[in-house]
Design a protein around this ligand. Structure first.
Ligand SMILES: [Zn+2]
Length: 608
């Protein structure tokens, strides 16, 4: 089943595309549009434009579309998922289950069922131990509900039976990883555990972490879901769905180590907190975080023990590389965020530590000093070089100097000497070369049919005029009698034919973008033509000046006349090549065309 056109129309109309895209990347207003560095290709000067009229386009890589296609491309959603996400944003109700039947969505359903099942068990008699566990950790019913915590039964197949009761196939159930098949006996993967659902950015449960509550020494304290088609633990952060709004609002995020750290801080009002899911912090998780929240300030808030400090050290390169303003909070020996915030006066203490967070430079030096590894000249030199190599990872070069200042203060040495070391290391460092290569690959050209470069400039001018509104198309067709064969290139002919099909639409491109199986190349081309109006290209400036002096229609008239002249010239060339001696008919044809050409030049193009 497909989503009705009415819903798609309503969703597109009610979505403020500038607000939507602005949630993910920083937009800057330029003229009547918004510009940004393109999220779809690597670039240093912004060529990504967003128009309040409801579309975006990148002049570098030609990505473009409306709010739906932005979410599809940016969040890797299907068409239906993107529409439903936008619908949620603007308060339109649609039931996804009616539309999607892919295996991925079926497995999502299983996780949703499992999460509701575990939550239900938690508040029944059998769940009392798990509920006690959460309460001992000071978690309120409100927090338990917000994070959808639960309990998995100590019966060996409670969830499996629930799935069977609902008529779900055994094959699918096994694929989900929630049930395990051992010698044709089916048993639940999570049994007798306090359950922490792991959700994706949109708040859909995609995995679980389960903590032991019976103190059984023979099984691990925590077990976590394995990767599935809907879950990649290297790219997932626990708490992201609950934290995303607060992260955006504060432009800050705390990375902690455990599920309970997330829950306790969130309950204490520090909502902008996430944790890796039973793995060490990965670069992919940080990229995911940056991409989905556009947050700048990142706090490492790890446990105050050796393991926590090592985790912080290991995380530094990735955090710098992904482009965070990294700060590291050092907790007192033996404390973790969960215990700290639950202390008497814990919130104030937390804020104190936050306000005394240090730079990665300070953190590394402190660490070495405490281990007595910052004593000899060799140790100091090694540390300085290690830090400078980390500084190279920061893309914003302006920051480099400030971090050098940071080193200068710690070692009390002249900045000029540090700058020399920096330059020497930079020269021997392979990094800048790699980034050059990346730049050369910018906007790779694909072999496409709908390529704007293949159009004649006159054809472009006419389409720019047509694409402005419905009335212009009418003018072109009725007053100028333009038809498919008025154009020369095959692309232009196809475009005209397609626009002709949508003659009734106020905005053809908007209509085309609403199609689920739309032709992306065609849309990119049309958007490019539409957006070029706003680009600062000299040619177009010239065009708009003419537009104000005379009027647009005259410009279009001239373009059509020139196009006709070009068409005649092409035809003439062909005829002259074919012409044989004594071919009177051919000669007459040539004369006719030459006369027509001269007429056009004398009348329509006389001011050219
Ligand atoms: Zn781009």
């Amino acid at each position: 089943m497909r989503i009705s056109k009415e819903i798609i129309d309503a969703v597109v109309q009610r979505t403020d595309i500038v607000g939507l895209i602005g949630e993910y990347i920083s937009l800057k207003k330029v003229g009547s549009n918004y510009k940004a560095l393109c999220p779809f290709h690597s670039e240093k000067t912004p060529s990504f434009s967003v128009s309040e009229k409801g579309f975006f386009h990148c002049f570098g890589c030609n990505e473009g579309g409306n709010a739906i296609s932005f979410l599809q491309k940016y969040l890797n959603l299907s068409f239906v998922e993107a529409v439903s996400e936008l619908a949620k944003r603007c308060g339109i109700n649609i039931d996804l289950q009616e539309f999607e039947q892919s295996e991925e969505s079926e497995i999502r359903d299983l996780y949703n069922i499992a999460q509701e099942f575990y939550s239900m068990l938690l508040v029944q008699n059998s769940g009392v131990e798990a509920l006690d566990y959460f309460k001992q950790r000071n978690l309120s019913m409100e927090t338990i509900k917000e994070f959808s915590l639960g309990y998995s039964s100590n019966k060996w197949d409670a969830l499996f039976r629930e799935f069977m009761r609902r008529g779900i196939s055994t094959e699918l159930v096994i694929k989900s990883g929630l049930v395990v098949n051992k010698n044709n006996k089916f048993y639940d993967f999570f049994r007798n555990r306090a359950m922490f659902p792991i959700k994706d950015y949109l708040g859909r449960t995609i995995a679980f972490g389960g903590r032991q509550i019976d103190g059984n020494k023979s099984s691990p304290k925590y077990i976590n879901s394995s990767d599935t088609v809907i879950y990649d633990k290297k790219r997932t952060l626990f708490g992201i769905a609950e934290a995303k709004n607060s992260i955006r609002k504060t432009d800050e995020v705390f990375i902690v180590e455990g599920y309970l750290d997330v829950l306790s801080l969130s309950q204490a009002g520090i909502k902008n907190v996430v944790a890796p899911c039973g793995t060490a912090l990965t670069k992919e998780q940080l990229i995911y975080l940056k991409k989905h929240t556009n947050v700048n300030v990142l706090y490492f808030l790890f446990d105050g023990d050796l393991a926590g400090m090592n985790a912080a050290l290991r995380g530094i390169p990735a955090a710098l590389e992904v482009g965070f303003d990294l700060r590291i909070i050092k907790l007192p020996e033996g404390q973790d965020p969960d215990t700290l915030i639950n202390l008497e006066g814990g919130y104030d203490e937390f804020m104190y530590h936050k306000n005394h967070a240090c730079s990665f430079v300070d953190f590394i030096c402190d660490r070495k000093r405490n281990e007595n590894k910052l004593e000899t000249p060799a140790e100091k030199s090694e540390t300085i070089q290690e830090i400078i190599k980390l500084i190279f990872l920061i893309k914003d070069k302006t920051q480099h100097l400030f971090y050098l200042e940071n080193i200068k203060e710690i070692f009390n040495m002249p900045i000029e000497i540090l700058k020399n070391i920096y330059r020497d290391l930079l020269r021997n460092n392979a990094k800048p070369k790699a980034s050059n290569k990346e730049e050369n690959n910018e906007a790779s050209t694909k072999d496409v049919f709908f390529d704007a470069e293949k159009l004649f400039p006159e054809e472009k001018t006419i389409f720019k005029f047509i694409l402005k509104n419905k009335q212009n198309f009418k003018t072109i067709k009725e007053d100028y009698r333009v038809a498919e064969n008025s154009f020369i290139t095959d692309i232009a002919k196809s475009i005209f034919e397609i626009i002709n099909e949508f003659w009734d639409a106020e905005d053809v491109v908007q209509e085309l973008m609403k199609e689920e199986d739309r032709d992306e190349e065609l849309i990119q081309l049309l958007l490019k033509l539409k957006m070029e109006e706003f680009s600062q290209s000299a040619k177009w400036k010239e065009f708009t000046e003419i537009e104000t002096k005379v009027n647009t229609e005259k410009v279009v008239g001239v373009a059509l006349a020139r196009l006709r002249v070009k068409a005649i010239e092409i035809e003439l060339k062909e005829l002259q090549q074919k012409l044989k001696v004594g071919d009177m008919q051919g000669l007459q044809q040539i004369n006719c065309l030459q006369k027509e050409k001269q007429d056009i030049i004398n009348t329509d193009l006389r001011y050219e």
